[in-house]
Design a protein around this ligand. Sequence first.
Ligand code: ZN
Length: 217
Amino acid sequence: MAGMHTNGNAAEVLPETLGTNHLHPVPKLLSDEEKIAVIRLHFGKIMETLGLDMTDDSLRDTPQRVAKMFVKEIFRGLDERHFPNITTFGNNYGYSGMLVEKDITLHSFCEHHFLPIIGKAHVAYFPGKKVVGLSKLNRLVGYYAKRPQVQERLTMQIAQGMQEVLGTEDVAVYIEADHQCVAARGVEDTKSSTITNYFGGRFQEPEERQAFLAALK
Ligand SMILES: [Zn+2]
């Protein structure tokens, strides 16, 4: 816990260290353990405020469990140190066709309600000089999904991440997802889903775009 105030000052640490720019999060000043300590404290307060009996066996460890889950799992993509290790290879075989990786399972969380966004991501690119192992595209999607998100930004971040890693503009992303904040509360519509997409470079040409969309059928 070195370097952290624990006697009520913890909340003051949060705004500047967590930052507000989702494209370039800057939560670096706290270690994972320090973040867990702060979140545990505050989540316990939320539960108490709701009237839960924090001496109950079943609830006692929930603040710690939730804090650890936030930092180590579902929001680990807020820490750039967790960016996946993506090795690219030279496109030595000169493959010039479209590569589509479809049905990538997507688990994210809506930043407005902290409820799950569950769906599928489909991504594609035209290799230039570089190609990547296919599972790395899944990892890239997973990295950006593990943040509080809106689907529009998630789509753009995945596209930009792919463009950076692959060194090409020719990238497409298509996401179809259900938002639990729509299904479980508010309008309580369990049937609706949300589609977002990005078409960069060659995918702006109607032919290539159609070929990509056809591959998703
Ligand atoms: Zn929401």
